[in-house]
Structure formats: C-alpha cells, structure tokens
Write a protein that binds this ligand. Sequence first.
Ligand code: NAG
Ligand code: NAG
Ligand code: NAG
Length: 404
Amino acid sequence: MKGPKVLTVALALLTLLALKAYVDWSEEQLEHPPAQSTQPAGPSPSTPPALLGDDPAELLLHLNQSLQLLRRSIPEADAYWNRQQHGLLRALEGRPANGTWGCGAGPAAAAQIRDFASYPEQHQRFVLHAECRDFPLLLNQPHKCASPRPFLLLAIKSSPGNFAARQAVRETWGQEGEPGGWAVRTLFLLGTARGEHQPDLRRLVVHESWAFQDLLVWDFEDTFFNLTLKDFLFLGWALAHCPHARFVLKGDDDVFVNMPRVLAYLAGLDTARARLLYTGQVMANAAPFRMAQSKYYIPESFYEGPYPAYAGGGGYLFSGHLVRALFLAAQHLAFYPIDDVYTGLCFQALGLQPEAHAEFQTFDIAERDRDDPCAHRRLLLVHRRSPQQTVRLWRLLHGPQLVC
Ligand SMILES: *[C@@H]1O[C@H](CO)[C@@H](O)[C@H](O)[C@H]1NC(C)=O
Ligand SMILES: *[C@@H]1O[C@H](CO)[C@@H](O)[C@H](O)[C@H]1NC(C)=O
Ligand SMILES: *[C@@H]1O[C@H](CO)[C@@H](O)[C@H](O)[C@H]1NC(C)=O
C-alpha cells in the first residue's frame, strides 16, 4: 500500500475504534448502579431482602448486638461524627433519629459545627456531601466473576490519571488467570477526575476499559476523602455482581503483591478462618491526627475518640463471604473520611477484629531492601512501588536467575 492509502485505512480504523468506544460509553451511561448500592443510610434503615443471606433476621440481629457494643466505644461527644453515629444507632432501636441525615442534609450538619468555617476545603466538602451514597456506575464489568468462581478478586483503588500504575499491575502481579487452579480476577476502582484544570481523560478511560475490561468507574469525584464512598460502592457492586468470590484483596495501585505467596497463604487457611478473614498490617490503638498539615488531619470538632483497630489501606485481605454483612453494616455507620479506618469500623460493627500479618508492609521496608527481589519473596505485600519498580521486581522475582 502507498503512504496515503495506509493513512486512509489507519484513519478509518481509528474512526471505527472511536465510534465503538463512544457506543460503549453511551451504553454504559444508561446503566444504573446495582439496586443495593442505591440504599442511602437513613433514619429508618429498610434492608432490601436481596441484601441478606438465607437468614436475614439472624444477620440483622447479630449486627444489632455488635452495634450495641460499638456504641459504648464511641464517646457521646459533641463532635460531628459522634453525633451523626449516635443518631444512626438510635434509629436502629426504632427511636426517632435526631441527627442530620440524607444527601441533602450536609449544610444543616455543617451549621452545627462551631468551627466549620476554619475547616480545610476537603473537610468542608466531606461534611457537605457526607451522606450522598448514590452515584451511577459509568463503566461496569458485570461478567467479571461469571465463571469460574473467583478464588481471589483484586479490587485495586486507582484514579483516572494513573494509567501507568494500572498497566504495571496488569502486566505483573495483577494478571488475571488461574495460576495453580486458583482463579484470580482484577478490577480497578475509579471515580472521575476532579478539578477545574483537568485534561479530559474520559475518552482514554473508556478506551482503556474497552481494551482491558477491568475498570469500574463511578460518577463521583475521585478524591482522597471520597475513598470511603468508593469502598461502599464497591461493596454494593460486589454483592450484586461478585457475591461468590472466596477472597478479596483491597489495595492501592502502587503496591507490590507477591501473588504466589498470597495464593498459597489463602489456600492454606482452614474453613473457619477463611470465612471470617480480615488481615493485613494492623494499626491498633491509633487516634486521629490533630495536626492540620497532616494528610490524615481530623479536627476535634469533627471526631472524638480512639480509632478501631484496622488493617492499613495500602493492602489487606478479607473473606468474600463477608461482603454482604459489611455492606449492611456500612448502612448503619456514618461515613468517615479515612477509608481504612472506616473499614475497620465496619468489621468492628460485625464483631470482627483484624488479624495482624507481619508480611504486609504498608509503610515499606528498609531502604537497602527496596530493590531486592529476595526481600520481597518473603513478603505478601509492600507499599509503595512505582510502575517501573513493580515491573522490574516482578521480572527479577519470576526470572530464572533468581538466587536467594
Ligand atoms: C436492636 O437492639 C435494641 C437493644 O437491644 C432493641 O431495642 C432493638 O429493637 C433492636 N433492633 C432491631 C432492628 O433488631
Ligand atoms: C438527640 O436525642 C438525644 C436523646 O434524647 C439527646 O441527648 C441529643 O441531644 C439529641 N440530639 C440532637 C442533635 O437533637
Ligand atoms: C465526593 O464526590 C462528590 C460527587 O462528585 C463531590 O460532590 C464531593 O465534593 C466529593 N467529596 C470530597 C470530600 O471530595
């Protein structure tokens, strides 16, 4: 073919691709989130029957009992979150909830915070939208878990611009397949790009989703303080589209996972532990950061009290069997802006404590070991690695020349 002809063919192909992407996108736009995730937590929690297991009454009873225990560990302080949560707990007892509830209630909640005006912008935004829990799914992968039943579902928190991080995960530890007969499936969880001066990434993300079929994208701004919302929407999605995954690994897109070791660890669990698994690097006796410069800053008028024990959000494992109960628990717990703390709280509300596992290193390892594949071979998960480091480590770990 001559130059111009090649160009014409190439252009035609590109146009077709763009058209396909556009059609996919418009179709997905029409798609609604799974019915369950549209249930806002409100003063009269009505639990949709589809949510509950064979014995819904039993699950609710159990949750109610453990929530009563939780209540005692939440100080009856004047702080915003404490008030919201005690209001919700009252609702569970059938008493009128007198907190400020629902997606429209943000301004009223803000009005009750004495120093709201001095909150950093992201804290203000959090309060103003805290109980908005219903956002449409723009890109879905409804058949991700169709068959075989996933042994391990990788649910990786990412954000629209992190193309290279996602690609590194896909090419390395996050490859889908059935290594050793254990079905592994991968999903990246995304919101939409935030900020006035964002380049428009939508077409690229649609194309990526079409090419790899591993993106879940919801129509909310992908910010640090919206990660709890992302977790919540993911639970609703998993309940609707992946209720039978044996285990879930929830993590960031910049972790390195030693997948053979993770699979061997999970396969070796006895049935009882496998059903109630929640493990990672455990933060016990933690409390809110009160320094305004910290990424994790929480003002005193926002929350008072200690944090529940929780597994560091860089990466942790839990049993897929618990998704239903977690999603139910989350409907009775006010959102908290730090997602791994909130997850710990949901487990606590079910009466479950995280189990510490020394091979999760969410604050990284000694500097001299960071490039050493042998140091990584003895671990399950390390945070954080650049896409390039991930690819290099993975090649070394799986290469024939590795001698440890
Ligand atoms: C939850 O427990 C409280 C106190 O034990 C009880 O009054 C309430 O009726 C229970 N609520 C539900 C929904 O079971
Ligand atoms: C909600 O009711 C409780 C118990 O009656 C009361 O102590 C609390 O002050 C009320 N909160 C609000 C915001 O009205
Ligand atoms: C979370 O996303 C919603 C919807 O896009 C947005 O209105 C809100 O400001 C975001 N919250 C934070 C804390 O960024």
